[in-house]
Design a protein around this ligand. Structure first.
Ligand code: ATP
Length: 324
């Protein structure tokens, strides 16, 4: 048996003439956490849908837990749990009934169903709400219930498509704590899509996708070392010092109203700068490369623009509206 949980080879997907996935290949080792990071429209959901057998690829091949998603979709489905971008819970049912229904669909025996439902509800700390109707749940509670439901049939691989969109920062952090705990305890393979860059820092592997193509794939620290920019953050002593620095280093960027940031990947540049301006500075410190700077240097733009923020708000509003 192969040690890969997911293998994707040259997968293509088109909508009309538009390529949503343009020859994507990746491998996810068993038990690892894999983050697919990209802006809205990059192709993340399309890839997850293919891996979940909801959409056939227009080219290439995908294998999950040893099952080809096109030739053995039933086998593939049994080994995966999915949390979709839009809530797929039944609002009219209680938390327990949603789990019961899922267990029935997966053909679990009544005793197993009850035991596992109780266990997964406890895992996401929703025991006290087991008999409450889901319509009354907050966005974070729904997400937790969806994660619990996705685990009920004990999948080997969990796919989560933007699991934290529209949630506040505290709830987002909590969701990630559950997922980390799960990986440690159950050796699950977890593939998460996100466009929140701060959420992929702890992933084993980050895959950056843009316009249907993978543009980089590596552990977060390797990405930062390879593509990130190191900055020198400086606070000039006064306006004259700021003007002198900007005249000498036109590539220095304003940071807030008084500070400046200078690209500092090359030690020689930093040494020369400090030799010349040390006495003109009130503060100076290094800012190590961030994944944001990795994305910027790979794509030439910020990951999140205003349109994305707006879209998050729309998605969150759609969820609150309890779509059926
Ligand atoms: N049903 C569809 N019909 C036509 N075009 C589609 C359809 N679904 C997706 N697309 C297009 O395919 C591209 C990839 O979309 P996809 O939803 O996979 O991206 P994404 O990275 O998941 O973004 P988001 O987070 O916004 O869902 C986008 O340009 C999108 O407009």
């Amino acid at each position: 048996m192969t040690s890969a949980a997911v293998t994707v080879e040259d997968v293509r997907a088109t909508y009309g003439t538009k390529a949503a996935l343009d020859g994507v290949s990746l491998t996810i080792p068993r038990g690892s956490s894999f983050a697919l990071l990209g802006p809205n429209g990059a192709g993340k959901t399309t890839l997850v849908n293919i891996l979940c057998t909801l959409r056939r690829p227009d080219g290439g091949r995908a294998v999950v837990a040893g099952a080809d998603v096109v030739r053995q979709p039933t086998k593939a489905r049994r080994s995966i749990g999915v949390v979709f971008q839009d809530s797929s819970l039944d609002d009219r049912l209680s938390a327990w009934e949603n789990l019961e229904f899922h267990g029935l669909v997966y053909g679990l025996a009544p005793k197993v169903r009850r035991e596992r439902s109780a266990a997964v509800l406890a895992l996401v700390e929703l025991e006290d709400w087991r008999d409450e109707i889901v319509r009354s749940f907050s966005g974070g509670m729904r997400r937790r219930l969806e994660i619990a439901r996705a685990l009920l049939h004990e999948p080997e691989i969990l796919f989560l498509d933007e699991p934290t969109v529209g949630l506040d920062a505290q709830t987002r952090q909590r969701i990630w704590q559950y997922l980390d705990q799960l990986r440690r305890e159950r050796e699950l393979t977890v593939l998460t899509t996100t466009h929140y860059i701060e959420e992929v820092e702890s992933a084993d592997m980050v895959c950056i996708i843009d316009h249907g193509k993978i543009i980089a794939q590596a552990p977060p620290d390797d990405l930062k070392a390879q593509y990130g920019t190191r900055w020198l953050h400086i606070l000039p002593r006064d306006a004259a010092a700021t003007a002198a620095i900007l005249a000498r280093y036109p590539n220095a960027q304003p940071l807030g109203s008084h500070s400046l940031a200078l690209p500092a990947d090359e030690n020689a540049v930093t040494d020369a700068f400090l030799a010349e301006f040390r006495d003109s500075l009130s503060e100076v410190r290094f800012q190590e490369p961030t994944l944001e700077s990795v994305f910027l240097s790979l794509t030439g733009r910020e990951l999140r623009d205003r349109a994305d923020g707006q879209r998050d708000a729309e998605k969150a509003a759609g969820k609150r509206g309890g779509r059926r």
